[in-house]
Design a protein around this ligand. Structure first.
Ligand code: GLN
Length: 491
């Protein structure tokens, strides 16, 4: 039976906010409708690790009471889900790993706390690659998440459960994290909007650390307008995170109306080299033409060292993860091996049993590149090249306002297709990793559907230029309809 486009699950976050404010429905009605949606469609996608139906209904009732009392926060009564990497007080936080299979966090991450204080209702925690290491959600201990456009395909990763649930109209918004592309790539592969803010824009407190100099929290939504609304709540200085920055948070929603006329858009020569699927490339070129048609100026630019971003990332990220993950030792958190003979046996068996193959590969690579004999040759060298990549971006932003190009080299790929070949999997993030190495903000928005599967357009900007990339994305969404498309089985 065809669903009506005005049914609650089909509406965007901003539309739902307006409906709640107008009293068209209550948060309880909305929450019940979406919980039913999770029930009917959630398991097909394996998008969730934990559901929080009971507390969600209580939060919805509280939200309705607050609204009636004239005390509605900016996200009052709106449903959200969090990637299972954000600590949630009293709720399981597994990070997609066996080693945290039973870990219940004693506190909320700052992102979780800010979103909940703004009145949002938490429906559950989403599936992800183990410790956010992966590009397909296949390294999850809880099995792969599926792409709603075709459930034989991967939704991308590592925030695949968040992306799949937003694309499938199960929830209007979800949080994610992006260390090398884990928000932008799954957003592209599922046809939704995903933003990774500037490093330091959003607090990392309470996010389980993967690679601390690269990790950043962001959101998945179905429009740039919705992303702007959520980012405004999440962003800003946090005394718990010394890398969060004391930079004023603009009115992101208020700034969306800025036209693209006169905007200088950099098009990176290297982005259209071999490796990019022809049809995805065409979709991106069409999007660039559409922006040009609105008065933006396209300027070809060079990022001469960008080809080194994947190798640099696969030295820096494993190095940081080998250090960050040393805390999972069977003593302090989660899984513990049975009947250890001594302390060393406890460490070895706990970690041997608790971590999956990809996480072990990263820990071993990281330990190797940091070891005394190889530090200069690998880790130090990678840090130097990281600086060169950052400088290339800074130089480019002297002549352009934003950089636009593909988010991922191909559309969604089959589950199992790349699992035997880590390097092919790693190359998925070839266009996204540069922004993490340089700490820049980036957004992916849907820009076409070659062969029926979504393609993504990535917009990058200088540090703290979230407003500029959101406004450009919003203006593109005013003249195109790709962001409104819903996978057929999930209407
Ligand atoms: N796919 C990349 C990796 O496997 C990036 C993951 C991420 O951004 N968390 O490390």
């Amino acid at each position: 039976m065809p669903t009506k486009s005005n049914e609650l699950h089909m509406r965007t976050l901003s539309e739902l906010a307006r409906g709640l404010a107008a009293g068209d429905f209550s948060s309880r009605e909305l929450t019940e409708a979406l919980l039913a949606r999770i029930e009917s469609h959630g398991s097909t996608l394996n998008a969730f690790i934990t559901l929080t139906a009971e507390t969600a209904l209580a939060q919805a009732d509280d939200a309705d009471k607050q609204r009636a009392a004239g005390d509605a926060g900016p996200l009052n009564g709106l449903p959200i889900v969090h990637k299972d990497l954000f600590c949630t007080k009293g709720i399981l936080t597994t990070c997609g790993s066996r080693i945290l299979e039973n870990f219940v966090s004693p506190y909320d991450a700052t992102v979780v706390e800010r979103i909940s204080s703004a009145g949002a209702v938490l429906l559950g925690k989403t599936n992800m690659d183990e410790f956010a290491m992966g590009s397909s959600t296949e390294t999850s201990y809880f099995g792969p998440a599926k792409n709603p456009w075709d459930t034989k395909l991967s939704p991308g990763g590592s925030s695949g459960g968040s992306a799949a649930s937003v694309a499938a109209r199960i929830v209007p918004a979800a949080t994610g994290t992006d260390t090398g592309g884990s928000i932008r790539q799954p957003a592209a592969l599922t046809g939704i909007t995903g933003i990774k803010p500037t490093y330091g824009r959003v607090s990392r407190y309470g996010m389980v650390a993967f690679a601390s100099s690269l990790d950043q929290a962001g959101v998945f939504t179905r429009s740039a307008e919705d992303a702007a609304m959520l980012l405004g709540v999440m962003a800003g200085l946090d005394p718990h995170d010394s890398t969060s920055v004391d930079e004023p948070v603009p009115d992101y929603v208020g700034g969306l109306a800025k036209p693209v006329k006169g905007l200088k858009i950099g098009v990176v020569r290297q982005h259209f080299d071999e490796g990019l699927d022809e049809q995805c490339g065409e979709a991106v070129k069409d999007a660039l033409k559409a922006l040009e048609g609105e008065g933006a100026e396209l300027i070809e630019i060079d990022l001469p060292n960008i080809d080194l971003s994947v190798p640099v990332y696969y030295v820096v990220a494993p190095a940081e993860c080998s250090s960050n993950l040393s805390r999972f030792d069977g003593v302090r958190y989660g899984h513990r091996a049975d009947e250890p003979e001594d302390l060393l046996d406890l460490y070895c068996r706990t970690r041997g049993e608790g971590f999956g193959e990809e996480v072990k590969r990263r820990i071993m690579t990281g330990t190797y590149v940091l070891s005394a004999g190889y530090y200069d040759a690998y880790y130090l060298k990678a840090q130097k090249v990281r600086q060169l990549i950052s400088h290339d971006f800074m130089r480019a932003f002297e002549t352009v306002d934003v950089i636009a190009g593909p988010t991922a080299p191909t559309a969604a790929f089959a589950i199992g297709e790349k699992t035997d070949d880590p390097v092919t999997m790693y190359l998925n993030d070839i266009y996204t990793i540069g922004a993490n190495l340089a700490g820049l903000p980036g957004i992916s928005i849907p820009c076409g559907r070659p062969d029926g599967l979504p393609a993504g357009l990535q917009l990058l900007g200088p540090h703290f230029s979230e407003m500029a990339i959101l406004a450009c994305a919003h203006q593109y969404q005013q003249i195109t309809h790709w962001h409104q498309a819903c996978p057929e089985d999930f209407r």
